[in-house]
Write a protein of this length. Structure first.
Length: 240
């Protein structure tokens, strides 16, 4: 599909079985969201030619959400930058749809990689297909159609450039903390001492001290005076 194999991950059932590439074993109902009229019509024509049923083709994120509610499609294909702001409305709508309908397969087709929402989209859903493809790297229509079928079947298709961008994202320093450790760190950030935190959480001061020690270790803070390490932990909390 792309110049260096956009299908980085393809999991789930084989979309076409033993059928010829691009052929359909059944009708997949699709909602398309793309603000460019010519591209929207072009995508509609391509999908119809390969046996998809385009139940709605819309030009903005609000209409996308409404169309999914009305038609309950088998697959959503959406751009990122759409009216009214032309920023990341389509991708945010996709994330919203996946949260409301975790089993809904979604493919994002765009010129851009939006790191934050791309990660949220790929993390969303439970066993549902998801794809993120870049327009200028799609060079074969049949590969593109095969990617859509993979996602509709519950698989994952991600362009390598999207993967590279996501791997370069700085990791959340608090991701390794437990919910209790985050709670303790939040109270540390408010300026509470260990004894005050213990009273607030109805635990012993020793338990708080253990939590603080675990927090400092998980944040991989360099050896220093305890006061300085607590400050560094608070800074990590505030930056997250």
């Amino acid at each position: 599909m792309t110049r260096d194999s956009a299908r980085v991950a393809a999991t789930g059932a084989s979309p076409g079985g033993d059928l010829p590439r691009g052929a359909s074993a059944g009708v997949t109902r699709v909602v398309i969201a793309e603000d460019g009229l010519l591209l929207r019509e072009g995508l509609t024509g391509v999908l119809a030619r390969f046996g998809f049923e385009v139940v709605a083709a819309v030009g903005d994120a609000e209409a996308l959400i409404a169309a999914v509610a009305e038609h309950a499609p088998d697959l959503v294909l959406t751009d990122i930058r759409m009216p009214p702001g032309f920023r990341d409305e389509g991708l945010r709508a996709a994330v919203t749809l996946r949260r409301a309908r975790p089993r809904l397969p979604v493919v994002v087709l765009s010129q851009y990689v939006q790191d934050e929402y791309a990660a949220a989209l790929l993390d969303s859903g439970s066993g549902a297909g998801v794809g993120y493809l870049l327009k200028d790297r799609v060079v074969d229509v049949q590969d593109f159609v095969a990617a859509l079928r993979t996602v509709a079947s519950g698989g994952t298709v991600v362009d390598p450039e999207v993967v590279r961008r996501l791997l370069r994202r700085p990791k959340d320093p608090l991701a390794a903390l437990s919910s209790r450790e985050r709670e303790v760190l939040a109270l540390v950030a408010e300026g509470h001492s260990n004894s005050a935190i213990a009273a607030r959480l109805f635990v012993t001061e020793a338990a708080v001290g253990k939590h603080v020690g675990n927090i400092l270790a998980k944040l991989d803070l360099p050896p220093a005076e305890d006061t300085n390490r607590r400050v560094l932990a608070v800074l990590a909390f505030l930056r997250a």
